[in-house]
Design a binder for this molecule. Structure first.
Ligand code: SAH
Length: 283
């Protein structure tokens, strides 16, 4: 049976109607399914977390290749379908919950790396990638996300598509585009194209104070059309003189815009801002 027929069969069998509000677009393209499996690169001993398991098309492939699969799904009806349709997969644990509210690490054996995969619910994709990129237990992630978000997280310095998410995510992880997917690869088809990305946590550069690093990135992009001098002065509540002094010290021209900076520039800048804060609070 073709994947689309398989999904329609399940819809009818369980009287299920997909919900747009939960980003319910189910994969029906076998080539993309194989590509996802190939990219997650499972070995028999691997532990896998799937986010948004849906009707279980990807889930069953994962369960047949890995040692253990935890599949998170928010929709209770889909959880019932998964439990019934995949009853024979004894290495599968279905977690019927909102992934944004879960403390995921409590499910996994301590000290083990987990591979994470999913055709992510689009409305939570950005948040989720950033959260997971910071987790020590993540080995690597293979996600299908909106093309627009994929272009954003892979945008180079100077690109208008670059944003706060680009800088923060690449601080924690290496991000790589795998393949673009047309809307027709899903059923029902979304309005927009998607892209498979691979994200591997790998913090190479360290900011002295991560909170200040994040505040700096946020402030710079919050007024992205403004010069850095104006954006940082406003966003960090510093005096113009102080911001100007820090930009000179960081060797960053004050009329540059946030999207033009490399990750290294933001780190250097936030280290100097932190130094400035410590200095001014100590006198
Ligand atoms: N992996 C499946 C389904 C992808 S659609 C496939 O490829 O066919 C996205 C899935 O994520 C839907 O099943 C939806 O119900 C689920 N979902 C949406 N929001 C969620 C959340 N906050 N937590 C867990 N699952 C969620």
């Amino acid at each position: 049976m073709k994947l689309k027929e398989q999904i329609n069969f399940i819809f009818e069998k369980y009287n299920f109607f997909p919900r747009k509000s939960l980003s319910q677009n189910f994969l029906i393209d076998p080539k993309i399914l194989s590509r996802l499996i190939e990219e997650i690169n499972l070995k028999g001993q691997d532990l896998v977390l799937e986010i948004g398991a849906g009707t279980g098309i990807l889930t069953s492939e994962l369960a047949s290749r890995a040692r253990k699969v935890w599949a998170v799904e928010i929709d209770e009806k889909l959880c019932e379908i998964l439990k019934e349709e995949l009853a024979e997969s004894s290495n599968l644990e279905i977690i019927c919950a909102d992934v944004t509210k879960l403390c995921l690490e409590k499910f996994f054996p301590q000290g083990k790396k987990i591979k994470v995969v999913g055709n992510l619910p689009y409305h939570i994709a950005s948040w989720l990638m950033l959260e997971l990129a910071r987790k020590y237990w993540v080995d690597h992630m293979v996600f299908t996300i909106q093309r627009e978000v994929a272009e954003k997280i892979t945008a180079s310095p100077g690109s208008k598509k670059r944003g706060m998410l680009t800088v923060l995510l690449t601080y924690y992880a290496d991000v790589e585009k795998v393949i673009d997917i047309p809307p027709q690869a899903f059923y029902p088809s979304p309005k927009i194209g998607s892209t498979v990305v691979k994200i591997r946590p790998n913090k190479k550069l360290l900011a002295r104070n991560e909170r200040i690093f994040m505040q700096t990135v946020r402030a710079a992009f919050a007024s992205r059309r403004k010069t850095l001098l104006n954006a940082l002065t406003r966003g960090l509540g510093m005096s113009r003189e102080n911001t100007s002094r820090i930009l000179i010290k960081a060797k960053i021209p004050e009329n540059k815009r946030a999207e033009q900076l490399k990750l290294e520039d933001f780190i250097r800048l936030s280290n100097l801002i932190e130094e400035g804060k410590v200095a001014s609070s100590s006198c």
